[in-house]
Structures are given as C-alpha cells and as structure tokens.
Ligand binder design. Structure first.
Ligand SMILES: [Fe+2]
Ligand SMILES: [Fe+2]
Length: 479
C-alpha cells in the first residue's frame, strides 16, 4: 500500500515530498484555491465548525476521518487508489499493452482536454450551490451540502494534481483557469451547460445531486478504465466520495416525497401546496429539467470525439469488464435519428446503424438512464405505500435537449415530435415556471439551525451521519 502523509501542507499518498518541483508548484496553487473557496464557496459559513469527513487514505476500511472542522481549514488532499501490479490496458486500440505512467505524446492535447473538462465541473458545482446554506431545511442537510462542497473541492485537487504533474506549463495554466471561470458568468462560463444553470433552492439541489452528480459517476467510471494509469487511479478514488453525493440526492427527494404524501393526506383535496409542501407535479418539473440537462453532459449520440477517446484507450465504458468485445471495432449501435426540414422542424426518423465507437456517448448514457431509473422506482414505491397513485417518471431522452441529434428540436415528455409553438405553449406544464420557482423559494426563506427542527416540506432522514443521531449538532454556528 502507498504510504500516506497527512502531516504536510498537502496531504497525499503520491510521495509529493519526493518531487520538490511539483510540491512547490502545488503549494503555490494552494493559496489561490483557498482564495477561490472563500470567494465562491458556501457563503456565510466559513467560520462555522462543521462535522465533516475528510479523506485521509485509500484504505477501504478507514479512508475517512470524521470531525468538526472550519471549511477553509479542510485538509484537501491528493489520493490515488493503489496501483494494480502489471495492469494492462483493457479496451481500444492499445488493449493488452501495459498502462501508461506518463502521457503519450500523441494524446497529450486530448487527454488534457478530458482532465480539464472533468476538473471544471467540480468547482462549478460548488459555485452553483454557494447560497443554499442560507435556506437549509435542517443542520443535517446543511452538513451534507458542505460535505458535497468540500469533496467537489477535493475532486478539483485530484484533476489539478494531474495537470501539474503530467502536462507541464500548459497544465499549470489550465489549473489557474479552473479557478478563474465562474458558473453562469456569460463572460467566463464553466465549460459544460448544466454547470452554468442556477441551482437556487433545495429541490434543485437534491435533483442536481441525484441526476447531475450521477453523470459525474458515469464519466468517472469511464475514465477509471483509462490506459493513462494516474487518471484511472485518481478517478477510482473519487468514485468513493461521489457515492455520498448521489445518496444525498436520492434520500433528499425520497424525504420530500414522503413529506408531500403526508401533507396530501392531511388535506382532503390532496393539495400539498395548501399545507406548505412541494406538490408532486412541481417535483416532476424539476426532475424533467435536471434530468434533461444532465443527459446533455454525455455529449452527442454520434460522436467522432467519443470514438477517438475510445480508440486511443483514454476513456472506456463504465465497467468495461462487463462487455465482451473490448475493441468495439465491428459493432454497431442502431438508433433513430431525426430527419429535419429546416431548423427545428422534424419530419420523421431514420434508422441508422452507427459504428459502435462513435456511439460510446450513447452507450454510457444508456447505463446512466438505467441507473437513474432505480431511484425513481424507489420514490414511486414510497408513494404507492402511502396510497398515492401519482408516479414520478423520467421523461424521454429526446425531451428538452440542447446537444446531439435531438438538440434544438422539439419533443414532448414522451418523445413525440411537436412544433416549437406547441413546446412553448406547454413549456410550463413540463419545466419549472417562474411561479414554481417563486413558490419553492417561498418555502425556503429562512435557514433552520435548531438541531431538533426540520423544515415543513421535508421528512427527517432515517439515520444521522456516522452513527450520530439525526438531531446531532452537525454545524456549530459561530455566534
Ligand atoms: Fe466531483
Ligand atoms: Fe459529486
């Protein structure tokens, strides 16, 4: 097992002290990261003591340490899973060759782009979520928000480590740029669409952590297969932390569903809003929104970039070992591609057999959709158990897309072709309206800091964190 050093300025298991030049470069980046964190991290809580887990090793049994910490003092470290002896590349044109410990020259630009694109999402989500603490439904939720935030910060460290270690001056410049872009800022936006969308209330936060962090999971799973071993090892460890982010989303939505069901029964008309809850049709609209923007993150259905990543053995499929053919040279993926007559006007579909490598984004998206469905099923079971017939559902993958073969075209939630006018006419049936946003916001005007309390619109969780009770003081506010 690689030895862990937690006493240095940057905790790590990569023997940072053995590479003074790299250590100095990262120690020079560190204060800029902290400045970014103080400016763009959770606003109004930087002096508080938060009960957080910190990664301290990659040991399955005890990789995390739980204690109170002020967020700016969080020990963001660099941890890669232990190397697998004699690991061979598992897919693509380089299949069977030993994995690369340095960047092959011909893939340098592509690989840097992959690392930067992944890295950019990490600080972006912290920026999107920076005001949510001010309307938290409980201290338990406040703590979970901050746990997600600090770990996204650590994921940024993971990518910056790769940039500094393996990409020379270009990498260092990219590491600076990662602290300069800002989510939603039109002059210097984050790279990917969903990471520029405002996330202004807790319903959006839970949908984001369920759907958008799950895109992260699938991107990390695909990168965990990479022939570039340091990338594979760092993303493998990131997945350990990522699981909690999706747990926060899945249980957050479940708790809203449970509470809404209670409030519906309290009210004879089954109107949850009349009881100060979030009604199910509103939840469905937020689901439609965050699911569709998250689907876009996978990229085009037919993509020469995706083919290139796979061919180069840089980005594989999630759990590549579950597939039989790891070269994917001969396979095809059949899909219905819209045919159009002028911009935005769909005339029908043409069945197309896309070479499998060019369909890798869609292959990954399929896995994601199947995984996303599991949580929806769980939420629906809770509704059924409460005797409520309404069911939440994933809309068609064609609905409300901005990229790929469906991007800029108009489909209803069942994937049926509609006109632009019809889409606009029905937009507010399917996506959150300003009025919905105002209503949801009206439920979340003030934070709840009393550990014994929970906002009216959400049920308490089943368990607390790390064996602590639900009403534990997870955040000690600085008076
Ligand atoms: Fe992340
Ligand atoms: Fe995450």
């Amino acid at each position: 097992m690689s030895s862990v050093v937690n006493s240095e300025r940057i905790p790590n298991n990569v023997d940072l002290a053995g590479d003074k030049k790299l250590q100095r470069a990262l120690e020079a980046w560190q204060p800029r990261f902290i400045d970014w964190w103080k400016e763009m991290g959770p606003e109004g809580f930087q002096e508080d003591q938060i009960y957080l887990r910190t990664a301290v090793s990659v040991d399955h049994e005890g990789w995390a340490h739980f204690d109170y910490v002020k967020m700016p003092d969080y020990r963001w470290g660099i941890f890669l899973t232990d190397p697998v002896a004699d690991r061979k590349i598992g897919f693509g044109d380089h299949m069977g060759e030993p994995v690369w410990q340095s960047v092959p020259g011909e893939f340098r630009n592509v690989l840097r782009r992959l690392v930067v694109t992944q890295g950019d999402t990490e600080p972006a989500s912290v920026e999107q979520q920076r005001l949510l603490g001010q309307s938290c439904p409980s201290l338990y939720d406040l703590r979970n928000l901050f746990q997600v935030n600090v770990e996204e910060g650590r994921h940024l460290w993971a990518m910056v480590y790769l940039l500094h270690s393996y990409f020379g001056r270009d990498g260092r410049e990219e590491a600076e740029a990662l602290l300069e872009r800002r989510s939603g800022n039109p002059d210097k936006p984050r790279i990917l669409g969903a990471f520029n969308e405002p996330c202004q209330n807790w319903l959006s936060f839970f949908m984001f952590t369920y759907f958008t962090d799950r895109d992260g999971k699938y991107q990390l799973l695909a990168l965990a297969e990479s022939g570039f071993d340091p990338l594979a090892r760092t993303t493998r460890f990131m997945l350990t932390e990522e699981a909690h982010h999706m747990f926060v989303g899945e249980t957050g939505i479940l708790r809203i569903v449970q509470r809404t069901a209670e409030l519906m029964k309290k009210n004879k008309n089954e109107d949850a809003r009349a009881e100060g809850g979030i009604d199910l049709p509103t939840m469905q609209k937020y689901l439609n929104f965050w699911y569709s923007v998250s689907l876009d993150l996978f990229g085009g259905e037919i993509s020469s970039n995706a083919a290139n990543f796979f061919a180069s053995s840089l980005k594989g499929r999630a759990k590549e070992e579950h597939y039989e053919d790891h070269r994917a040279v001969d396979g095809v993926y059949a899909m219905d591609v819209p045919t159009t007559a002028g911009p935005g006007v769909v005339t029908g579909f043409r069945r197309e057999e896309v070479p499998l490598r060019n369909a890798m984004n869609e292959v990954l998206r399929d896995e994601y959709i199947e995984d996303a469905q599991r949580g929806v099923d769980k939420w629906n079971r809770a509704l059924a158990e409460a005797g409520i017939s309404y069911q939440l559902r994933l809309p068609s993958r064609r609905f409300h897309r901005r990229t790929g073969i469906y991007g800029g075209l108009f489909f209803d939630v069942d994937g049926k072709v509609i006109t632009k006018d019809e889409f606009e006419r029905r937009r507010e049936d399917w996506l959150p309206s300003d009025a919905d946003e105002a209503y949801v916001k009206s439920l979340m005007t003030a934070p709840i800091y009393d550990p014994k309390q929970m906002a009216n619109w959400i049920a308490p969780p089943k368990h607390g964190i790390k064996g602590r009770p639900v009403d534990f003081e997870y955040v000690k506010r600085q008076a």
